[in-house]
Every structure is written in structure tokens, then in C-alpha cells.
Ligand binder design. Structure first.
Ligand SMILES: Nc1ncnc2c1ncn2[C@@H]1O[C@H](COP(=O)(O)OP(=O)(O)OP(=O)(O)O)[C@@H](O)[C@H]1O
Length: 376
């Protein structure tokens, strides 16, 4: 049986009567990498504050490996094995990455003894290993001030790991990073997840998709939804919260849109005409007013911006009618432009996954072309 590294039971945090965390229940297995997302003000930072002991619950209990965290002060919780990385890197800029890591490995020694005493070889190895893990071995001996923002983030992650925590709390690690740095950060966290439990708060959905197996969505201080990224991105409750309004879409409708958007992305170019088609279909089906359509269009453009593998989406279609609709809409989408080779390959994959009889496919393709012709 797996041990729970974290268990949060009926926790409420009130600030002058305002519930930043509202009767929250959450649990996480040892060794898990869990991403927490949620709109601004959802309570994500307060959630980390409760775990790290910065804020005490007004009601309820948080347990770390079965230990009631109410009994401990913030610094004691850190000694229990919970390390927290804040959004802004807190590294000593005038020291080198190696010296910063040395300091973290020797938390009980002061800055001067770390600088002037020779480190024992075991510690050196640890620091050397850490420098490699965080990809800074080639910059180990330059002042940290010269590192890029991303490199400073990795250094701080390394400094946390140097303290051998069991649970790492990481707040928005990729804010302000380049795409390449973001991807590197993802790789770093995934490699650390092999030996640590990790909670990451993040807004960047591409990044969340890169690293997350299980995502928890917070809203108004409670858990709104928990699931894989695919489930999160097709859940109407989550979409509503992110768009700030009702889309009126059911999970099935959202799934169809996602499949169509994935088809549209097949050639890495979600062309305007393809977007228009998907959104037209939407508005015809769900009768949004024209001004709402324009708004919905830009919202959905963001929302659908992440390509999800068809293998993950198609099996979620439960009825024949849904499979047929998915095929027809997808065919319409790719036929709205000249179908290129990449699209043809992805379309073939869709056909295989849908496994509809060939005569049904022909009928639906003809109907899709008629729809397109009718659109002009
Ligand atoms: N010390 C405090 N006193 C009063 N209100 C607070 C305090 N800390 C947080 N809040 C409020 O609690 C709510 C949740 O805040 P929190 O920072 O946890 O949200 P968040 O999900 O991290 O938001 P963001 O994504 O914007 O960082 C917000 O409405 C915030 O204004």
C-alpha cells in the first residue's frame, strides 16, 4: 500500500472571515509529482503556505507522512523534510553556484565557515553531483549574478535538493523563462521526481502538460477537479472557471472540439479558416450571440492551443454518434484548406482510432464536404 506523503483534511484558512482555503481535501502519494493549477486567487499560494507552516489552518488538519503539521513551526517543518522554492530565486548572487550549493549542504554552518573551510570530499561529490543534475557544472565557479533567470531557478532548486527534503514545494518555476529553459526545467523536475515527492504550482499549460501525470485544479479555495491533463482540459467546470463564464458545453462537446482542434494542429498551423469552422460549428450548435462568439473565439483559441494526442482523446468518445461527429467535424476542418501530407497522416490515424465501417466513413466525408460547400 502506498503511503500518503500529504493529506489535507477539511482545511479552511480564513483571513478576516474571507476563506482563501475553503474546506479543502487533498491527498498525494509518496513519490508523486502533482501539479496544482487554478485561476488567480484560487488559493494556490495559501495552500503551499499551509503545508510549509507559514500559515496555520483556521480549521482542519494537514498531515505530512502522517504527522500533524499543526504541532510544528515553519522552520521545524522544513527540518521534517519539506523544502519550498519560492517564485523569485533566493540565491546569493555574489557567490558561485558551487558556493551556494555548499552553503545549502551545510545549513548549520555559517557563510564564512563555508567559504573558508575546505569541504570534505563526500560533500564535494554531492555538490558536484547536484551541479550536474541542475545542468550548471560548466558554470559552477562564476558568480550567480551572471546566471540567466532560468539558471538561477535551477540553482535554487538544487539548493533545496541539497537539503535532502522528501517533499519539494515549487511555486511557478517557469514564470519568465524562455521556451528552452522551460523545457529544461520540466526535465529537471521529472528527474527529481524519481527520488522526491513534488508539488508544483504553475500557470503555463504547455509546461503542465510536459510534466504532469495528475493535476489538481483549485478554485475558490477548494478542489474543483482532479485528473490527467487531458481530462482537465476537456472538463467544462474547469473551462468555465478559466474562461470566467459559462460555455454551455458538455464534456462530450468539448471533446469533439479538442479532436477537431488537434486535427487542425496536425500541420502545426491552426489556420484562421479552421478556427472559424470549429467556432462556427460551436455557435450554430450552442446559439451564442455574435458578440459572444468573437469573445469565445479568442478564449477558445487559447484553450485549444495545446495539442493533445489523438490516442488520448478518441478513446474518451463513448457512443457511435460521437465518433461519427468527430470524424465529420475533423474532415471538415482539414478539408477547409488544401489537405497536406501531415494532415493526411494524422487523419488516417484518427480513422484507425475511430474504426468506423468504410461505408460510414465515405458517407460522413461526403456530408462534411457538403457542409463546407454550403458555407461557401
Ligand atoms: N494574508 C492575507 N490576508 C488577506 N487575504 C489574503 C491573504 N493571503 C491571501 N489572501 C487572499 O486569499 C485569496 C487566495 O490567495 P492566494 O495567493 O493563495 O491565491 P493564488 O491562487 O496563489 O493566486 P495567484 O495565482 O494570483 O498567485 C486571494 O483572494 C488573496 O487576496
Amino acid at each position: 500500500m502506498s503511503t500518503k506523503v500529504l493529506e489535507i483534511k477539511d482545511v479552511t484558512v480564513s483571513f478576516d472571515g474571507f476563506k482563501a482555503i475553503n474546506n479543502l481535501n487533498f491527498s498525494m502519494d509518496e513519490g508523486e509529482l502533482r501539479v496544482i493549477i487554478g485561476p488567480n486567487g484560487a488559493g494556490k499560494t495559501t495552500f503551499l503556505d499551509v503545508i510549509s507552516g507559514k500559515t496555520k489552518p483556521t480549521e482542519g488538519v494537514a498531515y505530512f507522512k502522517g504527522q500533524d503539521l499543526r504541532k510544528y513551526k515553519e522552520h521545524e517543518i522544513s527540518r521534517l523534510g519539506i523544502g519550498r522554492k519560492f517564485q523569485t530565486p533566493r540565491v546569493y548572487l555574489n557567490l558561485t553556484p558551487r558556493e551556494n550549493l555548499d552553503l545549502s549542504c551545510n545549513r548549520n554552518k555559517n557563510v564564512f565557515s563555508t567559504l573558508f573551510k575546505k569541504a570534505p570530499s563526500a560533500e564535494k561529490r554531492t555538490v558536484g553531483g547536484l551541479l550536474e543534475t541542475i545542468g550548471l557544472d560548466h558554470k559552477a565557479d562564476i558568480p550567480a549574478a551572471l546566471l540567466s533567470h532560468g539558471e538561477k531557478q535551477w540553482l535554487e532548486i538544487g539548493m533545496l535538493v541539497a537539503q535532502s527534503p522528501d517533499l519539494l514545494l515549487v511555486d511557478e518555476p517557469v514564470a519568465g523563462l524562455t521556451d528552452e529553459e522551460t523545457e529544461q526545467t520540466g526535465k529537471l523536475l521529472m528527474s527529481l521526481a524519481e527520488s522526491h515527492s513534488i508539488v508544483v504550482i504553475e500557470h503555463d499549460m504547455e509546461f503542465v502538460r510536459q510534466i504532469a501525470r495528475q493535476v489538481t485544479v483549485l478554485h475558490q479555495g477548494s478542489v474543483l477537479f482532479e485528473g490527467t491533463m487531458d481530462q482537465v482540459q476537456t472538463d467544462p467546470k474547469v473551462i468555465e472557471v478559466y474562461l470566467g463564464k459559462e460555455t454551455g458545453l458538455t464534456p462530450e462537446q468539448m471533446l469533439l472540439l479538442r479532436i477537431a482542434a488537434t486535427m487542425a494542429w496536425a500541420d502545426d498551423n491552426f489556420a484562421d479558416v479552421q478556427q472559424a469552422l470549429i467556432l462556427d460549428r460551436l455557435s450554430r450548435k450552442f446559439a451564442h450571440a455574435p458578440e459572444e462568439q468573437a469573445e469565445l473565439r479568442s478564449d477558445l483559441q487559447n484553450l485549444l492551443a495545446t495539442e493533445i494526442p489523438l490516442e488520448d482523446l478518441v478513446p474518451q468518445l463513448t457512443t457511435q454518434a460521437q465518433r461519427e461527429e468527430a470524424l465529420m467535424l475533423s474532415y471538415e476542418v482539414i478539408s477547409s484548406n488544401q489537405i497536406n501530407q501531415t494532415e493526411a497522416i494524422v487523419y488516417q490515424k484518427l480513422l484507425n482510432l475511430l474504426s468506423l465501417p468504410p461505408e460510414t466513413v465515405s458517407r460522413l466525408e461526403a456530408a462534411a464536404l457538403e457542409e463546407l460547400a454550403a458555407r461557401g
